[in-house]
Each structure stands twice: as C-alpha cells, then as structure tokens.
Design a protein around this ligand. Sequence first.
Ligand code: PQ2
Ligand code: NAD
Length: 249
Amino acid sequence: MSGKFPEVQGGGSLILAWQIRNKHVLVIGGGEVAAGRILNVLNADAKVTVVSPREGLNEEVAYRIEKKQVEYIDRKFEPSDLDGADMVLTAVDDPEASSQIYKLCHERRIPANIADVPPECDFYFGSVHRDGPLQVMVSTNGNGPKLANIVRRKIAASLPDNTGAAIQKVGVLRRKLRKIAPAIEEGPKRMHWMSKICESWSLEDLCEMDEKDMDELLKSYKSGDVPCLHEVRHEGEPVVGFEGSFGWW
Ligand SMILES: C[C@@]1(CC(=O)O)C2=NC(=C\c3[nH]c(c(CCC(=O)O)c3CC(=O)O)Cc3[nH]c(c(CC(=O)O)c3CCC(=O)O)/C=C3\N/C(=C\2)[C@@H](CCC(=O)O)[C@]3(C)CC(=O)O)/[C@H]1CCC(=O)O
Ligand SMILES: NC(=O)c1ccc[n+]([C@@H]2O[C@H](COP(=O)([O-])OP(=O)(O)OC[C@H]3O[C@@H](n4cnc5c(N)ncnc54)[C@H](O)[C@@H]3O)[C@@H](O)[C@H]2O)c1
C-alpha cells in the first residue's frame, strides 16, 4: 500500500493563519525584538498591551505607544498583567524573568512565545513576506533563523509584483459569488468555478478586472462557463450595426 498516501514527516510545526483580530496580546519588553513582535500582531489586528519600563523603550515601540496603536504599562512585568491575555510574547533581556513568565503562562494555559528560548515557546515566529492579503511564512523550525530570512527573500523575489493585487480581486469576486449563490449545496460548484477562473486567468487580467467586469463574469456562473476578460468585456466580438451604403454588416 505504500505510495498511496503521503508519508508522515514528524518533527515539523503546525503552520496556521491564527485569527488574533480583537484578541488581547501582551508583549513584555520594549526593545528591538519586541518592536518586531508588536508589528506582527498589529498587522493581524490584535489588541496589544506592552509592559516595559520607559527607559528601555526602542524608538519604534515608543512611536507605537505615542500613536496609541498599543496600550502601555510603564514598569516591569507583574503576574496580574496576564489577566485577560489570549497570547503572550516576551522579548526581555532577563532570562530569569522570561522563564518565570513562561511558567505562569503555562499554568494559566496562555499560549506564549519567549524570544530566543525555543523550549519555552508554544509557537515560533517565522520570516514573513506580506503583499496585501498574501502572507508567506518561512520556518526552519529553530534550525536557522537567518536562513529563514534568506529563503523568504528568495521566495518573495520570485513572485510577480501583482500577486497580492490579483488575490485581492479574487477575494472581491468570491464574496460577490457567495452573495448570488449562497446555498451550502452550491459549495462544490462555486469552488470548481472559482478554481477554473484562477487557473485560466492571468494575474494581469485578474488585476485589471473591475466591479463591472465581475458582475458581467458572474452571469456565466450559472452555466459554469469561464470566459476570459476579453469575452467578459465583449471585446473583438462582431458588432451588429447598419452601414449606410452597403446595408447590414
Ligand atoms: C524568523 C525570525 C522571526 C522573528 O523573530 O520575528 C526568527 N528569528 C529571526 C532572526 C534571527 N534570530 C536570530 C538571528 C541571528 C542569526 C542566527 O542565529 O541565525 C537572526 C537573524 C537576524 O537577526 O537577521 C537569533 C536566534 N533566534 C532564535 C535563537 C535561539 C535558538 O535557536 O536557540 C537565536 C540564537 C541566539 C544565540 O545564538 O544566542 C530562536 C528563534 N528565532 C525564531 C524566529 C524562531 C525560529 C524560526 C526558524 O527557525 O525559522 C525561534 C526558534 C523562536 C522565536 O523567537 O520565535 C527572524 C527573521 C525575521 C526576518 O525575516 O527578518
Ligand atoms: N528571536 C529573535 O529573532 C531574536 C533576535 C535577537 C535577539 N533576541 C532575544 O530577544 C530578547 C530581547 O532582545 P532585544 O534586542 O529586544 O533586547 P533589548 O535589550 O533591546 O530589550 C529588552 C527590553 O526588555 C525590557 N525588560 C527587561 N526586563 C523586563 C521585565 N522584567 N519586564 C518588562 N520589560 C523588561 C527592557 O526595558 C527592554 O525594553 C533577548 O533575549 C535577545 O537575546 C531574539
């Protein structure tokens, strides 16, 4: 039976797209590493609280505090800071404080990342390429963070510039399709049609598609046809008109 199903390759991580929007993230520390963590969770629309004495704040963290992008507590960590936290990220230059924070999080079952202490991380960060709705994360599972950065930049450089914009258009089209064909039973047909569009349209054409084109394209959904952008715009089709000297053409 070997070869019928994928082989299990243990030793990896479960890579997910964690929906942390409006959840409470506590960031402990206000240095350079904290600044990176803060941006990562703000990009995912989390509600962020930073605990760190003011004198140790990095310029970027101070900016986020000043702009009220994060809540701020100006002192060292205290256990009560964990109340209501859905996730904890520590980036402090004090290994003892880090370990104590991790133990408390573990007891309270709050998922935590302790920067640079892999055995005390419930999840690792990765190197992320972002282009609009597209995110690509590279993890080396603790083997080579610098290489994760290098691989991520190679992957990003190999992607066409308009990838994110095309994905954004596909998102709009999918939401419109769900509106005109909302039934659960339609799922397979919806998915099949959307897949065919993504396979047959170029990224350029997806980017060019406007709301009017989408509405026109959606008219083909019922029959299952997948016209190209030119057909959607009725370009190059014979136009029936009247030409004076020769009659109908
Ligand atoms: C991807 C990235 C995301 C981020 O942190 O945002 C990230 N580290 C990045 C950079 C980086 N970190 C380090 C260097 C120095 C060069 C080097 O050592 O390679 C550089 C390179 C640089 O600075 O350019 C030092 C380092 N990092 C860890 C240890 C401890 C250990 O391994 O034991 C040590 C050694 C300390 C020492 O030796 O003393 C541990 C972790 N770092 C992770 C993530 C997790 C595993 C990710 C993976 O394996 O893929 C993990 C396990 C836990 C975590 O922190 O989540 C980010 C790139 C972002 C970008 O794209 O720019
Ligand atoms: N994973 C990575 O990518 C990576 C890369 C570089 C460094 N690190 C590690 O991350 C940690 C932080 O690095 P950094 O460069 O941001 O350090 P940093 O010295 O610039 O910042 C540490 C911050 O923690 C604050 N702090 C210290 N004790 C605290 C406490 N008890 N409560 C609240 N805040 C406290 C300080 O005021 C300061 O703002 C270090 O352990 C470092 O080795 C991780």
